[in-house]
Design a protein around this ligand. Structure first.
Ligand code: MRU
Length: 368
C-alpha cells in the first residue's frame, strides 16, 4: 500500500542487508517513523511493545528475528534460544508459533554454516507469501462485498464495520479484513467503513483510520459501543474482522470486543465475516473459548491514554482514578456459530471443521 503516495510494506530488509526496517506503529497516527532492528533482542522487544503488531506481521517479523539471532551465533543452542525468546513475546497470535516452527523445521537440519543465508532467504519468502495470501483473500472477500452491494440494490454506500486493525499495518501488505475493502474501493464500489476505536490501545482509531485515510477510503471512527446501535438501524451491511488464531472448528480469537460485535450482528441479521491467512489456523485446537490463550497486558494501557495536544506534542494522560486496578484482556473468542463465513486465501468457507477442511484437504486425516 502507499504512504504519502509512496508504495511500501510494513517490514523490509534494509538496503545494506544487515537489518530489517519496520514502521514503528506505536508512533502512529501522529508521527510516521521507521526503525531499524539489528538484533534478535530488538525484534523481541518490538513485538512485545507492539511497535509491530497484527498476527501475520508478528510472524513475519519473528522469522527475520531468527535470522538476526543466527547471524550472531548459528549454533543449535542459539537457534533454540532465539525460538524461545521470540515465542514468548505474545501468546495469542498463532502466526508467531507457525513462523518459528517453520524456521526450526528448515534450519535445524542444516549445518550451522548454511543457516544464516537460509534463514534470511526463508524470512523474505514468508513476507512475500504473506503478501500473496492477503491479496488472494482480498479477491475472495471482494465477491462478498459485491454481493452485499447487489443485495442493497446498489444504492447509497456499502457500509462495512471493522474492529481493531486487520489492514496492511497488521500484515506485510494488503491486510486481511481490509484487503477486500481496498479492492472494492479501487473497483469503484462506494464503500464506507465504520472503524471501531478499539480500546484500550486504539488500533482502530489510530491505525485503521490512518491507513484507510492514506488510501482515500471513506471511513468514520466510532466508539466501541456504537456498532450494535448502527446495526439495529440498518446502517451496517456487513462486518469483517481479522483473527489472531482460528481453531480447526472455526472459533475465532480476535481483539477484545469482537465477540460483542458478532453477537450484535447475529441479533440484527448482519453478516459477520472473518478474514484469515492459513497460518492463522491452529489445527491443534477445537474449542477456542476453552483453549486459546488470551493475552493479558499491562493495566496501564487501559488507565493511561496518549494523544496529541494542539501544540503537536504527544502526551499520555491518566483516565482512571489513582489506585483503581485495571484488567486488560487483549483478545476474546467468537464461537464459530456466530461467524457467517471465513475468508481465506483459498476461498470462502463455513466456519466449521468441514468448511475449513474443504479448503485445506491436505489437513484431512492428519492428527490432530
Ligand atoms: O494486539 P494486536 O494489535 O496485535 O491485535 C491485532 C488484531 O487483533 C487483528 O485483528 C488480528 O491480528 C488480525 S490481523 C490481520
Amino acid at each position: 500500500m502507499k504512504v504519502h503516495g509512496k508504495p511500501m510494506r510494513t517490514l523490509w530488509l534494509e538496503e545494506d542487508g544487515q537489518a530489517v526496517g519496520i514502521i514503528d506503529q506505536t508512533r502512529l497516527p501522529h508521527a510516521f517513523v521507521t526503525a531499524r532492528l539489528s538484533t534478535v533482542d530488538e525484534v523481541a522487544h518490538a513485538i512485545r511493545a507492539m511497535r509491530v503488531r497484527g498476527a501475520p506481521l508478528i510472524g513475519a517479523t519473528a522469522a527475520y528475528g531468527v535470522w538476526l539471532a543466527l547471524r550472531a551465533d548459528a549454533s543449535d543452542g542459539a537457534l533454540e534460544r532465539a525460538l524461545a525468546l521470540l515465542g514468548a513475546t505474545r501468546p495469542t497470535a498463532v502466526n508467531l508459533r507457525w513462523a518459528l516452527e517453520d524456521m526450526r523445521r528448515r534450519l535445524a537440519p542444516l549445518p550451522p554454516s548454511e543457516r544464516v543465508a537460509a534463514a534470511k532467504r526463508r524470512a523474505a519468502e514468508v513476507c512475500d507469501e504473506d503478501v500473496a495470501i492477503n491479496r488472494a483473500i482480498g479477491g475472495h472477500g471482494l465477491k462478498l462485498l459485491e454481493e452485499a452491494w447487489a443485495r442493497k440494490g446498489r444504492q447509497g454506500r456499502l457500509e462495512v464495520l471493522t474492529h481493531c486493525n486487520a489492514g496492511w499495518l497488521a500484515t506485510v501488505d494488503w491486510g486481511t479484513a481490509l484487503s477486500p475493502v481496498y479492492l472494492a474501493h479501487d473497483a469503484g464500489l462506494p464503500v464506507h467503513v465504520w472503524v471501531d476505536e478499539t480500546r484500550p490501545r486504539n488500533q482502530g482509531a489510530g491505525l485503521t483510520a490512518w491507513e484507510l485515510g492514506q488510501h482515500g477510503v471513506p471511513h468514520t471512527v466510532i466508539a466501541d459501543n456504537v456498532g450494535g446501535h448502527l446495526m439495529q438501524h440498518g446502517q451496517v451491511d456487513l462486518c469483517i474482522v481479522g483473527t489472531d488464531r482460528t481453531t480447526a472448528s472455526g472459533d475465532v480469537a480476535n481483539k477484545i470486543g469482537t465477540y460483542l460485535k458478532a453477537l450484535a450482528a447475529r441479533d440484527t441479521g448482519v453478516p459477520f465475516y472473518v478474514a484469515l491467512p492459513s497460518p492463522t489456523i491452529d489445527w491443534t485446537l477445537r474449542d477456542g473459548v476453552r483453549d486459546i490463550p488470551i493475552e493479558q497486558r499491562d493495566g496501564a494501557e487501559l488507565s493511561d491514554v496518549s494523544g496529541r495536544l494542539p501544540s503537536g506534542e504527544v502526551v499520555t494522560v491518566r483516565v482512571t482514578p489513582e489506585g483503581s486496578p485495571a484488567a486488560n484482556y487483549a483478545f476474546d473468542v467468537t464461537p464459530a456459530r456466530l461467524v457467517t463465513a471465513l475468508v481465506t486465501e483459498r476461498g470462502v468457507c463455513a466456519a466449521s471443521e468441514e468448511g475449513l477442511r474443504s479448503l485445506f484437504p491436505e489437513r484431512a486425516g492428519r492428527a490432530p
